[in-house]
Design a protein around this ligand. Structure first.
Ligand code: THU
Length: 132
């Protein structure tokens, strides 16, 4: 991916974070996913009064990509206060489509604070159709 794509992905995650519906936790998350075809898909967390129905930002982004016919991904950016890592459920959902994926964690509390890690490191020995 180009430096410009990387910058765009990071700023898209921070922008979409503002659209989160998080009245219960107050914790807003934004995610931006870049497909290998160069298309960007964004998502934010959407909470519900029935708490367990909450959708995570990463899952909203990947669901929208799949619905658009994109199944191969180049990178993911996640923006939150503190720059948290994706939850276990999101790791598994991402692993359905990506053996590995660069993930940029954006801490919106600190300008330009960025951590880069990889899905394969976050979810070793993932559950899948074949034993890996
Ligand atoms: N959340 C995400 O959107 N992604 C994650 O990977 C972790 C958690 C959301 C769900 C909930 O709305 C809020 O953060 C607090 O858990």
């Amino acid at each position: 991916m180009t430096l410009q794509q990387r910058r765009q992905l990071i700023s898209a995650a921070s922008e979409i974070q503002q659209r989160a519906h998080a009245p219960y936790s107050g914790f807003k998350v934004g995610a931006a996913l870049l497909s290998t075809a160069g298309q960007q898909f964004v998502g934010c967390n959407v909470e519900n009064a029935s708490y367990s129905l909450t959708a995570c930002a990463e899952q909203v982004a990947i669901t929208s990509a799949i619905a658009a016919g994109q199944k191969q991904f180049a990178a993911l950016a996640i923006a939150s206060a503190g720059g948290v890592t994706p939850c276990g459920g999101c790791r598994q959902v991402l692993a359905e489509f990506c053996t590995d994926l660069p993930i940029f964690l954006v801490d919106t509390n600190q300008e330009d604070a960025l951590v880069e890690l990889r899905l394969a490191d976050l979810l070793p020995h993932r559950f899948g159709k074949t034993i890996q």
